[in-house]
Design a protein around this ligand. Structure first.
Ligand SMILES: NC(=O)c1ccc[n+]([C@@H]2O[C@H](COP(=O)([O-])OP(=O)(O)OC[C@H]3O[C@@H](n4cnc5c(N)ncnc54)[C@H](O)[C@@H]3O)[C@@H](O)[C@H]2O)c1
Length: 340
C-alpha cells in the first residue's frame, strides 16, 4: 500500500483538527467518506477537506482503509467494533469509552483484528512534555519527589467548543476528569510513572447530572513519588484551556506552563543553574529524541503504511482509563484510598 484511504466518523471540532493536521503532515492519504448526523457539519467538513459526504456510518466504513472516530464518546465502542469487523485501521479519540472495562474490550478487539490503532492522547507528541521527561530522566536531577498538575478551562459547552453534548451524561459519560483530564492522567504516567494508589474528591457546581466540574486527586506513584491533580471546568471564558505542571526532583525543579505544546518549560537546579525553552527552540531540542515527526496524524498514517503498531495505542489509553476509574471510585467513597 502506498497511500491510504481515510474515512471520518464525526465532522466536528476534533475531526477538523485531524483533517488539517493530516494535510500539514503531507502523509499520502486519499480523502474518502465522512459521515455526521449533523448534515451541515459534514458538508462544511467535506468542502474544506476534499472528503465525500456519506449517508451512513457503513458507507464511510465500506469505503476506507483507515477511519478516524471523532464522534461523541458514547459511540466510540460501537464504531470501533464496526471498524475492526472490517479490518480497518483506527484512530480513535479519547476517552475511548465511559469505563475501563469497555476500553479494555476495545483494545482486545483491535488486537484480535491485527489492525494498527492509535488514540488521541496527543500530548505524547508535545515538545513541552517530551523535554520535561528528558529533564526528569536526567540522572543529575535525582529522583522525582512530587508533582503538582493543575488543569483549568471554561466548561466546554460554550465558546469555540460549541458543544452541548458535554453537558449530557449519556453522551459524554462524565465531566472534566474523564472528558478532559484523561490527558493529564496520561501525562502524569508519562512523566513520573505508574500510580499505585489514589484518593480523590469531585464537585459539581454547574449542576449537570453526572458531570463533575472539579476533580482533585492525590496520587502515590509506584516509585515512591507523590502528586496532586486538580482539574476544573469554570465559567471564566478568558481561560480556554490552561495547564501548569510543577515537578520537584531531588535536585531539579521543572515548570511547564503557557502553551501545552510550545511551553515555556523552565528549570532550576540545586547548583543555581537555570534554563528555559519555548517555541521553535523547544521543538528543536526534542527533535533528536523522537522516533518520527511531531505530527500525530502523519505518524498514524506512517505506522499503517509500514504495517506496524502506532503510538500511543489503545493499550496506553486503557492504563489512563484505569487511573481515572480509580479516582471516580475514590470520590464516590469520600476520598477513600484506592489501589490502582
Ligand atoms: N484529543 C483531544 O485533545 C480532543 C479534543 C477535543 C475533543 N476530543 C474528543 O473527540 C470527540 C469529539 O469531540 P469534538 O470536540 O470534536 O465534538 P464536536 O461536537 O465538535 O463533534 C462531534 C461530532 O460527532 C457527531 N456525531 C455524533 N454521533 C455520530 C455518529 N454516530 N457518527 C458520526 N458522527 C457522529 C456529532 O454530530 C458532532 O458533529 C470526543 O470524544 C472528545 O472527547 C478530543
Amino acid at each position: 500500500m502506498t497511500s491510504l484511504r481515510i474515512g471520518f466518523l464525526g465532522a466536528g471540532l476534533i475531526a477538523t483538527y485531524h483533517s488539517k493536521s493530516l494535510r500539514h503532515s503531507g502523509a499520502p492519504v486519499v480523502r474518502a467518506g465522512v459521515f455526521d448526523p449533523d448534515r451541515a457539519r459534514a458538508a462544511a467538513f467535506a468542502a474544506a477537506s476534499g472528503h465525500t459526504v456519506c449517508d451512513t456510518e457503513d458507507d464511510v466504513l465500506d469505503g476506507c482503509d483507515a477511519v478516524y472516530i471523532c464522534t461523541w464518546t458514547n459511540t466510540h465502542p460501537r464504531l470501533l467494533e464496526a471498524a475492526t469487523e472490517r479490518g480497518l485501521h483506527v484512530f480513535c479519540e479519547k476517552p475511548l469509552a465511559f469505563t475501563t472495562a469497555e476500553a479494555q474490550r476495545m483494545a482486545a478487539l483491535a488486537e484480535a483484528a491485527g489492525i494498527t490503532h492509535q488514540v488521541g492522547l496527543v500530548l505524547r507528541f508535545s515538545p513541552a512534555y517530551l523535554w520535561s521527561k528528558h529533564l526528569i530522566d536526567d540522572p543529575s536531577a535525582g529522583r522525582v519527589m512530587t508533582v503538582v498538575f493543575r488543569d483549568d478551562q471554561f466548561i466546554p459547552i460554550q465558546g469555540h467548543y460549541a458543544s452541548t453534548w458535554r453537558g449530557d451524561r449519556s453522551l459524554v459519560g462524565a465531566g472534566t476528569l474523564l472528558e478532559h483530564s484523561i490527558h493529564d492522567v496520561d501525562m502524569l504516567r508519562f512523566l513520573v510513572g505508574d500510580v499505585s494508589r489514589v484518593s480523590a474528591h469531585t464537585a459539581n457546581f454547574h449542576g449537570f447530572d453526572g458531570i463533575e466540574d472539579v476533580a482533585t486527586a492525590s496520587l502515590r506513584f509506584a516509585n515512591g513519588a507523590t502528586g496532586v491533580l486538580n482539574s476544573v471546568w469554570h465559567d471564566n471564558l478568558a481561560r480556554p484551556s490552561l495547564r501548569r505542571v510543577e515537578v520537584f526532583c531531588e535536585r531539579r525543579h521543572i515548570v511547564i506552563e503557557g502553551d501545552d505544546w510550545f511551553g515555556p518549560v523552565s528549570w532550576t537546579d540545586s547548583d543555581g543553574t537555570t534554563g528555559s525553552l519555548e517555541g521553535e527552540a523547544l521543538e528543536a531540542a526534542v527533535a533528536p529524541m523522537r522516533d518520527g515527526s511531531s505530527n500525530p496524524d502523519g505518524e498514524f498514517v506512517r505506522a499503517v503504511l509500514e504495517g506496524r503498531a502506532a503510538s500511543p495505542d489503545l493499550h496506553t489509553a486503557v492504563k489512563a482509563h484505569r487511573l481515572v476509574d480509580a479516582m471516580y471510585e475514590s470520590a464516590a467513597d469520600e476520598g477513600a484510598s484506592i489501589v490502582v
